[in-house]
Design a protein around this ligand. Structure first.
Ligand SMILES: Nc1ncnc2c1ncn2[C@@H]1O[C@H](COP(=O)(O)OP(=O)(O)OP(=O)(O)O)[C@@H](O)[C@H]1O
Ligand SMILES: [Mg+2]
Length: 470
């Protein structure tokens, strides 16, 4: 069985058909690394496909697929795995060929123990650096795909122009706003506006990191710094050097680590856990939170000095219900996005449906709107999404926002909410034919029309349902 300790060690795959060489290499490396062995190229490729391997020691003369071919396939499919070639002295020419194909180096079969250990350590270090680079590159890809809808509200226009201004200066930014308002998107936009895709953008999402790993995730650790630290780890601070470090959900940072973060922010210096070297970092910080940090400071869970250090340029994203004029543009954008994704031809939302959406309070903000549109586009069979496609809870809550009064209006509003809900259900049943609706409800048609108007119940688009009485 594989021990937990084994899992944390770098994995070396030894591909060698000669048993003695294979076992000797295992004896040298097995004490420091996790070692897997294969006798031929086919087995080796299978292992590389299914297991996390950091380094391959590869014999050139193998039965079956030849070593150079194995090397070519590994390099083609796993850019970040390093390969060291094992060869006999008279095949050194082949080794040179292998290095041209991307091998890190070669050892001859008459190897020296220290030399092997040394070479392996250096190859693993290169491999770590390469993974770091690939990680940054994948973050970069995400950034390029950032889509942003400006909308028409004054608030968003102000925020957009602020983003353009602050992209040019290296000050710390604190982005606040309810969940789903687009805080992360704004952070990425600041980065984009900085206009240099070669600098890193590194995200730390604090709630998603196990509490006892937060410190090491931020600052890194040296090998042996604590139980389980079997190899050196580079922290996000170092990864973000000369770029942006985005600290998402900053209010979730443990109180004792807040002091350490503040020190790092102020001095531009960090130390890996268990390390003795001071590392200088040049970083621009962007922090985000959906909590009220001032309140957290008052409540004693967030350090005031850190709050001031982060809050140099505040950007507050208003909730969607305070910028309902942006909803049509957002809806339009998400309809296009998901029509494309699902390969559908959906033109838009009927105006009555849009009206319902502009009155809904959107507690989950833009994310909730996006999810709803995704769902609507996925299930819609018509080119225009109509009011009957909108789930009932969106009508009901849109009414609740109007009736948040207390005291004398409470009962009256509760009755109205019930009446509205009831009329909606009946109207849905009779396919929005008001004549039939009035009959079922046992009221005159004129009363129904009047109540619908009073209770803000819009009629669906004409032509999509049974003809009404007009
Ligand atoms: N102006 C916008 N235009 C287009 N899409 C947007 C806009 N604002 C937000 N979104 C989308 O809404 C979703 C939520 O945005 P984001 O993750 O940035 O919010 P957040 O404030 O960080 O939320 P949370 O607090 O839940 O982490 C994302 O899918 C994002 O792409
Ligand atoms: Mg977020």
């Amino acid at each position: 069985m594989e021990s937990k300790r084994d899992k944390d060690r770098p994995t070396i795959l030894i591909v060698e058909d000669n048993e003695i060489t294979r076992d000797t290499l295992e004896a040298i490396l097995g004490r420091t690394y996790r070692v897997i062995k294969a006798e031929d190229g086919e087995t080796a490729l299978e292992i590389v496909k299914n297991t996390e391997v950091n380094l391959v020691l590869l014999d050139i003369m193998l039965p079956g697929i030849d070593g150079l071919e194995v090397l070519r396939i590994i390099k083609d499919q796993h850019e970040d795995i390093e390969v060291i070639i094992i060869t006999v002295v008279k095949e050194v020419d082949t080794a040179v060929k292998a290095i041209k194909l991307g091998a890190y180096d070669y050892i001859t079969k008459e190897f020296d123990y220290d030399l092997v250990l040394n070479l392996v350590a250096r190859a693993l270090e290169k491999q770590r650096d390469k993974r770091k680079l690939l990680y940054l590159r994948s973050e970069m890809k995400q950034l390029v795909q950032t889509d942003f809808v400006l909308g028409t509200s004054e608030k968003m226009k102000e925020i957009y122009s602020l983003v353009q201004t602050i992209a040019k200066i290296p000050a710390t930014v604190l982005i606040t706003g309810e969940s789903g308002t687009g805080k992360e998107l704004i952070a990425r936009m600041i980065y984009q506006q900085m206009g240099d895709p070669s600098i890193p953008f590194v995200t730390v999402n604090l709630p998603s990191i196990p509490p006892d790993l937060v410190e090491s995730t931020l600052f890194g650790h040296e090998k042996g710094a604590f139980t389980g630290a079997t190899q050196q780890h580079i922290g996000k601070f170092e990864l973000a050097h000369k770029g942006i470090l985005f600290l998402d959900e900053i209010a979730e940072l443990r109180y004792d680590l807040q002091a350490k973060l503040l020190r790092a922010l102020q001095s531009g210096e960090i130390e890996r856990i268990g390390g003795s070297k001071i590392i200088c970092v040049d970083i621009r910080f962007i922090a985000a939170t959906n909590r009220d940090l001032k309140e957290a400071v008052r409540g004693g869970t967030f350090r005031e000095d850190l709050y001031f250090r982060l809050n140099v340029i505040p950007i507050h994203l208003p909730p969607l219900r305070e910028r309902t004029e942006d909803i049509p543009a957002l809806v339009d954008f998400f309809i296009r996005k998901y029509s494309h994704k699902f390969g559908k031809k959906i033109e838009g939302l009927a105006s009555s449906a849009l009206e319902v959406l502009t009155r809904y309070p959107w507690p989950g903000n833009i994310r909730e709107l996006e999810n709803l549109i995704e769902r609507l586009v996925a299930v819609s069979r018509r080119e225009v999404i109509s009011i009957e496609d909108i789930p009932l809870e969106y009508y009901l809550s849109s009414f609740d926002t109007v009736s948040q009064d207390k005291g004398e209006n409470l009962l009256k509003n509760a009755c109205m909410a019930f009446e509205r809900n009831f009329i909606l259900k009946i109207m849905d049943k009779v396919k929005w034919n008001r004549k039939k609706g009035a009959e079922v409800l046992g009221i005159p048609l004129s009363t129904l029309k009047f109540r619908m108007k009073q209770l803000n119940i819009p009629m669906p688009l004409k032509g999509k349902f049974d003809p009404d009485e007009e």
